[in-house]
Design a binder for this molecule. Structure first.
Ligand code: ATP
Ligand code: MG
Length: 445
């Protein structure tokens, strides 16, 4: 009933799936003040020159759903060169999918030219994945190429109207994620859409239209053809969406977690690590939703930690020395991930810093704890330690000790030091080293 009514109300000008509905300001609920002034200026600038220009995609969807958008994209019938000529601070980027970045102060607006519908001539790989995409088309064609109906909405900030070609507003109001076109062929064109379906439905609290959900299980294998860098980007989006726990749950429900990404296997297939990872992702979600920064390095360090622990344990049993064994385990785990996920080098550095600090929290005697406090990455290492304690991997008491130690005054700190429980021989070595402090066993700077 309600579904029918909504579709009728928002599909005013006809019933065909790609018939335009022009939704006036009072009905879609977007207030101009909520729209980025930079995006408005880009649309106004283009319209002044006689082009069509709209805020498009995720931003319009989020505004109608009452969520503050992450960024604002603009779509236009001006070509990249024409856009470039209008805005002084702009540049054309991309090759396979050309767009223009227009800069206003600190903000960058992505401007893309309406894309034409795919034809038999569209450049695709052997699995049907679209490779090159720079043929310009009409707004109707552009709308038809977007993935889900809720993403094919165009907001005109000058007129205040929303152009809706695929009943996206009605779908949004009735909380359904519906594909434009035939889901199977849309997944074949771009398998990332399966992950987007999960992420967007989790973020917006939508349920998947049965036709969107049905083919995922059997088509999941296509994700293996996605280039590593794109997959990594998509995983980051998913994990930093503020709804990571819900996304992971839904990935599992859709059968998208198995055998696809080594990283997801890692997260979901190890009972020991699961509690730790869910705790970490829950923490990340809280931070993202509170508008706090989240470091990808910290996140990936948590996701892979139990892999490192398992690998480290094997090496110790092989009688490797503990610290070199940890370093060997770290490298091996990261290498396995790198095959599929292009984790950038800077992030790898952050991950290793956090892991390498962990054994140093065990040392609570002498000068070692003081030196650890001075480490530039102490805070991240400590936050990581707290998660380890929260998941039951290490005693709560150790994390509590560090919480108190870092906040205590000099006298209290002195009193807190825990006498070294190492065997006699070791203690004697330490005793000898009184004038020269013991070497930094982790090799960390
Ligand atoms: P968010 O920004 O919240 O991550 P989004 O939907 O805005 O979600 P973007 O990657 O910013 O995602 O894409 C912007 C728009 O481009 C989308 O709303 C959609 O219309 C279109 N789009 C993005 N990726 C695809 C895709 N794989 N297939 C078809 N259309 C897509
Ligand atoms: Mg977006």
């Amino acid at each position: 009933m309600i579904r029918k009514l909504l579709r009728r109300v928002f599909r005013r000008n006809g019933n065909a799936d790609n018939r335009l509905a022009l939704i006036p300001a009072g009905r879609h609920g977007i207030r101009r003040e909520e729209v980025s002034p930079a995006a408005i200026k880009v649309c106004e600038g283009l319209q002044r020159e006689g082009f069509r220009a709209y805020v498009v995609g995720g931003a319009v969807r989020d505004l109608i759903a009452g969520i503050p958008p992450k960024d604002f994209d603009v779509a236009t019938d001006a070509t990249p060169e024409q856009v470039r000529a209008i805005f002084r601070r702009s540049r054309i980027i991309g090759r396979r999918f050309q767009i223009v970045h227009v800069m206003f102060g600190a903000e960058t607006i992505e401007v893309s030219t309406f894309r034409a519908a795919h034809t038999d001539h569209t450049e695709k790989d052997a699995h049907g994945r679209v490779l090159r995409d720079n043929v310009w088309g009409s707004i109707e064609e552009d709308a038809g190429r977007r993935d889900f109906t809720v993403n094919a909405l165009y907001y005109d900030p000058v007129a205040g109207t929303v152009l809706d070609y695929h009943c996206g507003v009605a779908d949004l109001k009735q909380k359904t994620l519906r594909m434009i076109g035939e889901p199977r062929s849309r997944y074949r064109e771009d398998p990332v859409r399966m992950l987007r379906a999960v992420r967007l439905s989790a973020k917006l609290g939508l349920s998947l239209d049965p036709a969107v959900a049905a083919p995922i299980r059997e088509m999941a294998g296509l994700i293996e053809n996605i280039p590593a860098a794109r997959l990594f980007e998509e995983m980051l989006k998913l994990l930093l969406s503020g709804h990571a726990v819900e996304c992971i749950k839904r990935l599992r429900d859709q059968g998208l977690h198995h055998g696809l990404l080594p990283l997801l296997d890692v997260i979901l297939e190890q009972p020991l690590g699961e509690k730790f990872v869910l705790l970490a992702l829950g923490n990340t979600d809280d931070r993202v939703r509170a508008g706090k920064s989240v470091s990808p390095g910290f996140l990936f360090a948590t996701l892979l930690w139990h892999e490192v622990l398992a690998n480290w344990e094997i090496r110790k049993q092989r009688r490797e020395l503990p610290i070199p064994a940890l370093y060997g385990a770290m490298d091996e785990v990261l290498e396995i991930q790198a095959e599929k996920l292009a984790i950038t080098r800077r992030i790898v550095g952050d991950i290793k810093d956090i892991w390498a600090l962990q054994p140093r929290f065990d040392k609570r005697a002498g000068k070692t704890p003081y030196r650890l406090l001075e480490q530039p990455r102490f805070r991240a290492g400590y936050d990581f330690l707290v998660l380890r304690a929260g998941s039951g991997e290490i005693p709560d008491e150790l994390a509590a000790w560090w919480t108190e130690f870092q906040n205590a005054g000099p006298d209290r700190r002195e009193a807190m030091l825990v006498p070294d429980a190492a065997p006699k021989k070791k203690r004697r070595r330490r005793g000898n080293a009184k004038s020269t402090p013991p070497a930094d066993t982790t090799g960390n700077p």
